[in-house]
Design a protein around this ligand. Sequence first.
Ligand code: AMP
Ligand code: MG
Length: 307
Amino acid sequence: MRVDLQQAVRLLKAGNVVAIPTETVYGLAADATNDEALCQIYAIKQRPMDNPLIVHIADANQVSHWAAEFSPLAQKLANAFWPGPFTLVLPAKLDVSLIVRADQPTVALRVPAHPLALQLLKESGLALAAPSANKFTQLSPTMAMHVTAGLGDNIPVLDGGACKVGIESTIVAVQRDDWQLLRLGMISEAEIESVASKASSMFSQPIKAPGQHHLHYSPRTPMRLFSSRDALIASANVYSAALLIGEGLQPACQIFQLNKNATDVAQQLYDTLHKMDALNTSELLIEAPPNAPEWLAILDRLTRAAS
Ligand code: AMP
Ligand code: MG
């Protein structure tokens, strides 16, 4: 069911979950200090309790409520990339819910760059845990209708249109003046390196980012990734559907074609996979993106979806 901003604020303050728009994907949000509300997120998503949740905050001033350490390097990265598709994993204060951080000594924080999400955070005064609003391992939602299709109409959804980035945030752990990439996203390793003025490094105490499951982001229809257009064409038949990136020869099956532009493909990727999945074909044939840095996050999601 659709709710407006004021209804979403009321529901969240009362300890309920609400699906909310962010610039990455739609999140299933709950008060990050309310363990009962947090447990509803895990239950609805059927997400394992050892897979921690990202806490969404209104601005960088909130970090001190959650993190025991906000080093100059972490502040520099926050200044450069917030609001935006960038998550910082920092040492957690002891009073941060063990449910939201799944017993980790760290907490994951992000300031989203979506006007409705920011308004919701400000007007509610809450910090919101908000993993993607889909069942565990399934395709992430980038439109309100994807949330309803995946979780049912009983979930309240705040409709903020199509997500502009379209894939999940880049996750970086920071301890003092060291950083480490935990998940690829549209903010690239090179951009982080340039802001940090140093390459990533290994921590003396290795950081765990549980939940980076190999099988993830998957449509129901079996999916295969092809490193060349020719190989894809050779495997196509009337029972398959193909996702092509850019111009070129076409296979003899239903076709979805995206422009050869990484920003556009990321934005449209999950919606296209949702549409392809709905065709109930026997197989989805996916053309792998070019082997270049700006495509790495897309390749990561496609590889997991196809595994
Ligand atoms: P998402 O599935 O997009 O909500 O992102 C959640 C992912 O962020 C988890 O699967 C972890 O890999 C990472 N993460 C979240 N919270 C923490 C934490 N407290 N410590 C380390 N990694 C975290
Ligand atoms: Mg997810």
